[in-house]
Design a protein around this ligand. Structure first.
Ligand code: 5AD
Ligand code: SF4
Length: 490
């Protein structure tokens, strides 16, 4: 087993990751690629497998940016890859199981091709138990690095290439901000932009505050400059990213500038559509509602995770709002933006959740009328407070609740989409439909997927589509005309 030793630069430590000190956040500038790594990837390919949320998707774009600066080019084929990175998600156990399955599967490839560099990064690598398990059972892995170590990839890759040991570097710290990171954006139309990192909310079920560090906001000048640059390059849509975007700016000590201020400034940049994710209901303030109601490029879609409709459960989850507070917020948003589309995240089977409490989640869903919802069975995460609570709802009951919740949501989604029958919507055409290349597909401002027949030159453009067949999760329609660029978003 110890044919390969680990070369620890730093192992993970969840306890250390939990601490929130008063340390100043450093804004670092990304170093150049070290001299000896420039061109090291010439003629070689890389592959990044990404699990989890948009934050991970965007981190992968940053890693791709660094790899390409070293000369590597992207491949979709494992056999062709000289470097394979698995960017992992720790949010639920099934996400972790999938990754371990993948690592196990790649063992054969590594045996056939020993020069392959196999790396594991992302949220799972921040967990001690994961790193220990890889060290003990998955010696085929060459490199493990954490979410705070992404900018160190060129250095760590050098170590992995030139050392026979497994290279491990996971900083379990509050985190810094690294600017000027190179990025290879997957798409030329829609781009992700980080506005903040980390989370200080410590909801009792959630591992993210431990894997992603403390809340820290990028400076407005840096965010705005990045968005302006994207607009200049012809991007049509940006999504502002953060684990809790509503806390943006709360960590600035030298000036008052909130998420609402940022949105108001982004509104004035000539990018046709601006989204954001994810908001926390607790920090969603009136000023933000006021700014969003100005619309323009700020789309009328808000993802507003509720997690539960019962105040007692919300309290044990440490969500810091009640059902009533949440509903009041929804009422205010709907008043200011009557055609708003709300979506949500819900967890069923949290420790101690009774049938009555679950029914309150059903009734919240009915009352708010979300257009869609991501629904999850509670999954205990080691190191979180909820993992110590008695997980007393049986899997059978959890599954049954999830099923009932999904059925209700499907009914509501169908009804919401039905209301669009005969209406003309603005669609940003993204490409050919996955199932049928004859069909084009794109999204409305509210992020609904629309399929329609039309000429290929519409890809990348805004068009009007009349909805004639609304389904539960998608809309089918007929192309009407192209949208005049001056009218986009109006
Ligand atoms: N179990 C189940 N779902 C979870 N989520 C976060 N942590 C857990 C967990 N331990 C869900 C929440 C969150 C979404 C991204 O994942 O609903 O909003
Ligand atoms: Fe998964 Fe959350 Fe990490 Fe995203 S931030 S990769 S959802 S654990």
């Amino acid at each position: 087993m110890d044919e390969k030793m680990a070369r620890y630069f730093q192992p993970p430590d969840l306890k250390a990751a939990k601490k929130r000190g008063k340390e100043e956040i450093s804004v670092l500038q990304f170093d150049q690629i070290p001299q000896e790594m420039r061109g090291i990837g010439e003629g070689k390919r890389y592959m990044i497998k990404t699990y989890g949320c948009q934050m991970n998707v965007h981190d992968s774009e940053t890693m791709a940016g660094m790899l390409e600066l070293m000369g590597y080019t992207m491949t979709e084929s494992e056999e062709d890859a000289a470097v394979i990175l698995i960017n992992t998600c720790a949010i639920r156990e099934n996400a972790e199981d999938k990754v371990f399955g993948e690592i196990g599967r790649l063992k054969t490839l590594k045996t056939e091709k020993p020069e392959l560099i196999l790396g594991v990064c992302g949220c799972m690598s921040q967990e001690e138990s994961v790193v220990n398990r890889i060290l003990q059972k998955h010696q085929q892995v060459d490199l493990i690095f954490g979410t705070h170590n992404i900018h160190r990839l060129p250095h760590l890759l050098r170590e992995a290439l030139f050392s026979k040991e497994m290279v491990v570097e996971v900083w379990s710290k509050e985190g810094d901000i690294v600017e000027n990171l190179p990025k290879v954006r997957e798409d030329g139309l829609k781009a992700w932009v980080n506005i903040m990192y980390g989370c200080d909310k410590f909801c009792t079920y959630c591992i993210v505050p431990y894997t992603r560090g403390k809340e820290r906001s990028r400076r407005p000048v840096d965010v705005l400059a990045e968005i302006r640059e994207l607009a200049r390059k012809g991007y049509q849509e940006v999504t502002l990213l953060g684990q809790n975007v509503n806390a943006y700016g709360k960590d600035f000590t030298d000036h008052d500038y909130t998420f609402a201020d940022l949105m108001d400034d982004v509104r004035q940049i000539g990018i046709p559509r601006v989204r954001f994710t994810t908001s926390h209901p607790r920090d969603f303030d009136d000023h933000l509602i006021e700014v969003l109601a100005k619309r323009g490029n700020l789309v009328e879609h808000i993802h507003l995770p509720a997690q539960s409709g019962n105040s007692a459960i919300l309290k044990i989850m440490a969500r810091k709002y009640t059902r009533e507070h949440y509903l009041e917020l929804v009422r205010k948003i709907k008043k200011a933006i009557p055609d708003v589309v709300l979506t949500t995240d819900i967890i069923v089977g949290f420790p101690g959740e009774t049938e009555e409490q679950f029914e309150e989640t059903l009734s919240l869903m009915k009352e708010v009328e979300y257009d869609s919802a991501f629904t999850f069975i509670y999954s205990p995460r080691e190191g979180t407070p909820a993992a110590k609570m008695k997980d007393d709802v049986s899997m059978e009951v959890k599954k049954e609740r999830l099923h009932r919740l999904n059925q209700l949501q499907d009914e509501i989604s169908r009804k919401k989409n039905e209301a669009l029958r005969g209406r003309t919507v603005e669609v940003l055409v993204e490409g050919e439909s996955k199932k049928n290349p004859e069909i084009l597909s794109g999204r409305t401002r509210t992020n609904k997927l629309v399929n329609f027949r039309g000429p290929k030159h519409l890809i990348g453009q805004f068009v009007h589509v009349r909805i004639d067949e609304p389904l539960t999760w998608t809309l089918k329609g007929e192309w009407v005309d192209k949208v005049d660029s001056r009218q986009v978003g109006s």
